[in-house]
Design a protein around this ligand. Structure first.
Ligand SMILES: *Cc1c(COP(=O)(O)O)cnc(C)c1O
Length: 250
């Protein structure tokens, strides 16, 4: 036996993981990741190469199904899958859609996840204003209209649909309509992490350009990937801003 295979065998046999066999799964009562059903776990028992036709077809199907669930026309919308948590996808949208020269973001916030959007922009050096509302009430459409009418011109206006920290649901349809009316140049970006798949969302009515969610919230899939339902015409405007999302759809 060669030294390497001897070492490999020793390392392998010395790794003992009896807890995997003896401990049943915990019931997760976290906002996410959630407990995965047996059928989801069973679907992961096969190995597939990332260039396999079968794998590519599965990815195609997942992207298509997400557009279907969003009830948007596939000619106008596409889904981008990202191998990262929900926060990663939120960062990807800000980084990808905000022009580096003169692009400014407005965040409508009434809780912890709105604050996190602000932090993401600050860390990424994206100029950003935050319009804050109390945590125990929804973002107020009339005040937002006033801000959009008199405020700066924004490249992106972002809001959380369901503020998971409090459960408050924001009126995204009216907000999106206000954005398109007062600032038609702005992309409307909704974090629907804890609502997409559970609370009906009319993407078209709300003029939503980017909707972000992750596999492990309402769909109870495995943690570790997120997705963006994006309006193709907006996504195409991002060419040259940042390559993260764009590389994936090409
Ligand atoms: C959970 C959650 C996030 C963050 O998602 P992660 O996958 O934990 O990074 C962002 N926004 C909202 C509204 C959430 O509920």
């Amino acid at each position: 036996m060669s030294f390497i295979s001897h070492l490999a065998q020793r390392t392998w046999t010395s790794v003992k993981m009896p807890f995997i066999k003896t401990n049943p799964d915990k019931k997760l009562f976290t906002p996410g990741p959630l407990s995965c059903s047996q059928s989801v776990k069973e679907a992961m028992l096969r190995d597939l190469g990332s260039r396999d036709e079968e794998f590519l077809n599965i990815i195609k199907l997942i992207r298509q199904k997400l557009v279907d669930i969003g009830e948007v026309p596939p000619e106008e919308f596409t889904t981008v899958l990202l191998q990262g948590c929900g926060t990663y996808a939120i960062e990807a949208v800000f980084q990808t859609s905000t022009p580096r020269c003169g692009g400014r973001v407005l965040i409508l916030s009434n809780g912890a996840y709105g604050q996190r959007m602000k932090k993401i922009c600050d860390i990424s050096s994206i100029p950003c204003d935050i319009f804050e509302f109390p945590e125990d009430s929804a973002v107020e459409v009339a005040k937002v209209k006033e801000q959009l009418r008199k405020g700066d011109q924004y490249a992106v206006v972002a809001v959380v649909h369901c503020e998971t920290s409090t459960g408050v649901i924001n009126p995204i349809e009216e907000l999106g309509q206000a954005v398109k009316h007062y600032q038609p140049q702005a992309a409307f970006f909704v974090d629907a992490m804890s609502s997409f798949g559970a609370v009906p969302i009319r993407i078209q009515n709300g003029h939503i350009d980017y909707l972000v969610s992750s596999a492990n919230k309402c769909f109870q899939g495995v943690p570790g990937f997120s997705y963006i339902i994006a309006r193709k015409s907006e996504l195409l405007k991002c060419r040259g801003i940042f390559l993260l999302l764009f590389k994936i759809i090409l």
